[in-house]
Ligand binder design. Structure first.
Ligand code: LLP
Length: 417
């Protein structure tokens, strides 16, 4: 089952027409299918059922409380990268003991809060960070479970902005440094080395780089074993790509390739998938404000913009754009652009579509890194978010109001003369 299908001449999410959603909630609006999120999560779970594992959903992909709650109910763990994400998971009913904390710049305050909450593991990315965590934990009389993020120097073959496993990237430490950090962790009062992790990038369309980095981590685990450092888990990160314009490897084939390499080792396998759980479960609904055919290009100006969905502008990402209620007319090549005052503000270029003013469009594959990366640029309120389940839909994120835009701002008193 795909989450979005044409039924009776109009695009639906599960059993709910997108036209109805637009009528009730306006546009731009994000629409997510609960079943699609569940199906993707369960695909991971069933592929992993032969071995000890924890699927830590990467909260950054879509951090709406309702989405986190759906996953928490299915028993997911969570990968967070800030105290904001940590608090979101807790607010959504996610268990602290299933949280791993990634990211290269955790502050001491963030470490403290995570230690208090009792998270599963800190994924550490530098010696300085490791030493800071040791101090913080020690001062609280706690022992922090740690994993060292290894940078395996593997090319994930993805967009340079979301490639993270190369030596020149800011992430992780090389294998030799990792060995040294494990020795420090073993000897420090406030630290307990429990795992090893990596994350080589996002929207990865080939399984080979995952296998290469896994081999690197396994060799390190064996090495550490000879020094009396025994790790309990291996965290392979996230990064599996989805089908935007190219067919992606299935969750099943990816997990099988990873599990095979672990064979009968008694390691708990942790994964941090974000995109592959939520991307295809979401669409961004937007209305055509004006058609503006020019001699050079045909522009369809829509009411969603790069502040709502940044991926096309930032990574030249391609996402399918469909007319919600297709109608007769002449097919033309359209650039789908937003109202923001930047030439980079587009959702799609050269799309062969039959369009009329007022049409509703759906930008597909928008469930991951869509709303999560939205901003208020050009003083545009952020969109509404809807979760569909069967024939019912729920508002899970209110559209921001205009006064929300400046609620945190203050005009200082006039200077006294
Ligand atoms: N774990 C870590 C440590 C990460 O940094 C990320 C993503 C993930 C897991 C989840 O990766 P995923 O399974 O979603 O590929 N904004 C970009 C994607 C940035 C990914 C950043 N890190 C985009 O829209 O394509």
């Amino acid at each position: 089952m795909t989450a979005f299908q044409q039924q009776n001449g109009a695009l639906h999410c599960e059993g709910v027409s997108l036209e109805t959603i637009a009528r009730e909630h306006g546009t731009p609006t994000y629409v997510y299918s609960r079943s699609a999120i569940e199906t993707a999560f369960l695909a991971y779970r069933s592929a992993l059922n032969q071995r000890a594992h924890l699927i830590c959903y990467a909260v950054k992909a879509n951090s709406n409380l309702a989405v986190l709650n759906v996953l928490a109910q299915l028993g997911a763990g969570f990968d967070v990268v800030s105290v904001g994400e940590l608090e979101r998971v807790i607010a959504a009913g996610g268990p602290s003991e299933k949280i791993v904390f990634s990211g290269i710049g955790k502050t001491r305050d963030e470490m403290q809060r995570a230690l208090k909450a009792g998270i599963k593991c800190f994924n550490i990315e530098s010696e300085a960070e490791l030493l800071a965590l040791a101090e913080v934990a020690d001062s609280m009389g706690k022992v922090a479970p740690v994993s060292i993020r290894v940078n395996p120097d593997v090319d994930a073959g993805t967009h340079p902005y979301i490639s993270t496993g190369l030596r020149e990237n800011k992430f992780g430490v090389d294998v030799d440094s990792a060995r040294r950090l494990y020795r420090i962790a073993k000897d420090a009062n406030g630290l307990d080395p429990v795992g090893v992790d990596c994350h080589i990038g996002s929207q990865i369309m080939d399984i080979a780089p995952f296998a290469a980095s896994l081999d690197c981590l396994l060799a390190l685990i064996d090495d550490l074993g000879t020094e009396g450092i025994f790790l309990q888990h291996l965290d392979i990160g996230g990064g599996l790509g989805v089908h935007y314009d190219e067919v992606a490897p299935s969750i099943d084939s990816y997990v099988s390739a990873v599990s095979e390499r672990l064979a009968d080792r008694e390691l708990e396998l942790i994964l941090e998938p974000g995109r592959s759980i939520v991307a295809l479960a979401g669409a961004l609904l937007t209305a055509v404000l004006y058609l503006k055919p020019t001699e050079a290009r045909h522009f369809a100006v829509v009411d969603a913009a790069m502040n709502d969905l940044l991926r096309p502008a930032l990574y030249s990402a391609w996402q399918d754009i469909q007319v919600v209620t297709p109608h007769d007319g002449e097919i033309q090549s359209w650039d789908i652009v937003g109202p923001i005052c930047e030439t980079g503000d587009f959702l799609g270029k050269g799309r062969e579509l039959i369009l009329a003013q007022g049409d509703l469009l759906a930008v597909m594959g928008a469930g991951a890194y869509g709303f999560a990366m939205a901003s208020n640029y050009n003083s545009r309120p952020r969109a509404a978010e809807i979760l569909v389940h069967g024939d019912s839909s729920h508002l899970i994120g209110q559209r921001e109001s205009l006064s929300d835009l400046w609620q945190r701002e203050v005009i200082p008193p006039e200077p006294q003369t």
